[in-house]
Design a protein around this ligand. Structure first.
Ligand code: FAD
Ligand code: UDP
Length: 370
C-alpha cells in the first residue's frame, strides 16, 4: 500500500515525493505519462551531445532563500544572469526596455532622468490597470507597446493584450537605467549538471517508486494508495465537466549548427516578424563548451500539450468552478501550474509544493524543510 500516489514528475510532484519520502517517511508512487521525470524542465543531451531543454528554455531565478536552499540539496549551480534581445525595426535591442534600448532605437544619447521624462511623455494615462495592454501603454505609450508587446502577445497567446490580465505583460518590467538583465531576483542560476540530474538526485530514495509512460487513469483503480497528489490539468481530472480550460501550447523546432555560437544573445525575441516568438541558444544557458551549437524556435499553438494557463477573467471564473470541486475531495491534493491553473515559474511551483507539504503533514514551514 502506498501512502501517496503522485501524478506528474515535474517540480510539483517531485518536490512532494521527496518531502513525503524523506521528511515524513511515507511510501510514494510517482507516475508520469511521459517517458521521463522533470516535467517541462526536462533536459537531455541530443544526438550531437549538446544539453538542450525539450520543452523550451528554462532559466531558474527566485527571491526565495528557502526555495534556493532546498533545491541546492540536489544540485550545484552555475551562476547565470539571463539577457534577451528583441528584433525591432531591423535592430537587435535589449528587452526589458531600458535606457540603452531607447537610445539605440531612437538614435539618442539620453541619461536616466531624461529617459524617464521621455517615457513619461510617451505614456498614455490609464485610469485603472486591468489588462496587459494597460500595463505597457500606461508605462511606455502606444508606440513602444506596438513595437515590443502587441505582436509578440498576439502570437504567443492568440489574444490581443487587451484580452489578457495585467499579470502577463507585468512579468516584463521597464527600466530607466542600463540594467539589461531579464530578471533581477537575488538568486539566478542554472543547475550545474542540468535539471534532469537535479530531479534524479531529488527522487533517489527507497521510499520513492517511479512509473513512467503511465497515465494515472490507467492504473489508479489497481494500485492501492491512501491519498493522491495531482499535478496534471485540473479540467481533465474532472472529465471537463464544466468545459475545457484553455491552456496555450507550443511547438518546438530544434536545429544544430556546425558553428560554436549562432546568435548574439541567449534569447532573441521576434515580436513582429515570423510565426515563432523567440529563438534560444542553449549553450549560453548551460555554459557547455562544444564545437557545435543547438537552438530552438518556439511556435505558439492553440492545441497540443498544455503549457501555459491563460490568465483572463473568464478563465479564472471557469477555474473557480473546478476549484470548488477540489474542496470536497479531502484525499486528493492539487498542486502545480496545470492543477492550480496558475502561470507560475519553477520557483513558485516549488514554493507551492513545499506549502502543500506543510499543510498536509500539519507542520510549520521551518519543520517542513527538515
Ligand atoms: P509540469 O512540469 O507540467 O509537470 C506536470 C507533469 O504531469 C507532466 O510531466 C505531465 O506529463 C504529467 N501529467 C499530466 N497529466 C498526467 C496524467 N494524466 N497521468 C500521468 N502524468 C500526467 N519557469 C521558470 O522558472 N523559468 C523559465 O525560464 C521557464 N521557462 C518556461 C518555458 C516554457 C516554454 C514553459 C512551457 C514553461 C516555462 N517555465 C519556466 C515554467 C515551468 O515549466 C513550470 O513552472 C514548471 O515546470 C511547472 O511544474 P509542474 O510540476 O507544475 O508542471
Ligand atoms: N512579452 C512581449 N514581448 C516580449 C517579451 C514578452 O509582448 O518581448 C509579453 C508576452 O505576452 C509574454 C509575456 O510578456 O507572453 C511574458 O513574457 P515572458 O518572457 O515572461 O514569457 P515566458 O518566458 O513565460 O514565455
Amino acid at each position: 500500500m502506498f501512502d501517496y500516489l503522485i501524478v506528474g514528475a515535474g517540480f510539483a510532484g517531485s518536490v512532494l515525493a521527496e518531502r513525503l519520502a524523506v521528511g515524513s517517511n511515507k511510501k510514494v508512487l510517482l507516475i508520469d505519462k511521459r517517458p521521463h521525470i522533470a516535467g517541462n524542465a526536462y533536459d537531455y543531451y541530443n544526438e550531437d551531445g549538446i544539453l538542450i531543454h525539450k520543452y523550451g528554455p528554462h532559466i531558474f531565478h527566485t527571491n526565495s532563500k528557502d526555495v534556493f536552499e532546498y533545491l541546492s540539496r540536489f544540485t550545484k549551480w552555475r551562476q547565470y544572469q539571463h539577457r534577451v534581445l528583441a528584433c525591432v525595426d531591423g535592430q537587435l535591442v535589449p528587452i526589458p526596455i531600458n535606457l540603452n534600448t531607447i537610445n539605440q532605437l531612437y538614435g539618442l544619447n539620453l541619461n536616466s532622468s531624461q529617459v524617464d521624462d521621455f517615457l513619461k511623455s510617451m505614456a498614455e494615462p490609464v485610469e485603472k490597470v486591468r489588462t496587459s495592454e494597460d500595463v505597457v501603454v500606461g508605462k511606455v505609450g502606444r508606440e513602444l507597446y506596438e513595437k515590443f508587446f502587441r505582436g509578440y502577445t498576439l502570437k504567443q497567446w492568440g489574444l490581443d493584450p487587451s484580452e489578457l490580465d495585467a499579470s502577463v505583460t507585468s512579468r516584463v518590467p521597464t527600466r530607466t537605467n542600463r540594467d539589461d538583465r531579464y530578471f533581477t531576483d537575488s538568486y539566478q542560476a542554472m543547475p550545474l549538471h542540468g535539471y534532469t540530474r537535479m530531479f534524479e538526485n531529488m527522487l533517489d530514495h527507497p521510499n520513492i517508486s517511479i512509473m513512467l509512460n503511465t497515465d494515472y487513469r490507467e492504473v489508479k483503480d489497481f494500485i492501492p494508495y491512501k491519498e493522491m497528489i495531482y499535478s496534471g490539468p485540473i479540467d481533465e481530472f474532472f472529465d471537463y465537466r464544466f468545459g475545457k480550460l484553455p491552456y496555450r501550447s507550443l511547438e518546438f523546432k530544434f536545429e544544430t549548427h556546425d558553428v560554436p555560437l549562432y546568435q548574439s544573445a541567449p534569447v532573441i525575441n521576434y515580436p513582429n516578424d515570423y510565426l515563432y516568438t523567440r529563438v534560444t541558444e542553449f549553450k549560453y544557458l548551460t555554459g557547455q563548451e562544444h564545437r557545435k551549437t543547438s537552438i530552438v524556435y518556439e511556435y505558439p499553438q492553440a492545441e497540443g500539450d498544455p503549457y501555459y494557463p491563460v490568465p483572463r477573467p473568464e478563465n479564472a471564473e471557469l477555474y473557480k468552478q473546478y476549484q470548488a470541486l477540489v474542496e470536497d475531495l479531502k484525499t486528493v491534493h492539487f498542486v502545480g501550474r496545470l492543477a492550480t491553473y496558475k502561470y507560475y515559474n519553477m520557483d513558485q511551483v516549488t514554493a507551492q509544493a513545499l506549502t502543500t507539504y506543510a499543510r498536509i503533514t500539519g507542520t510549520s514551514r521551518a519543520e517542513s524543510l527538515r
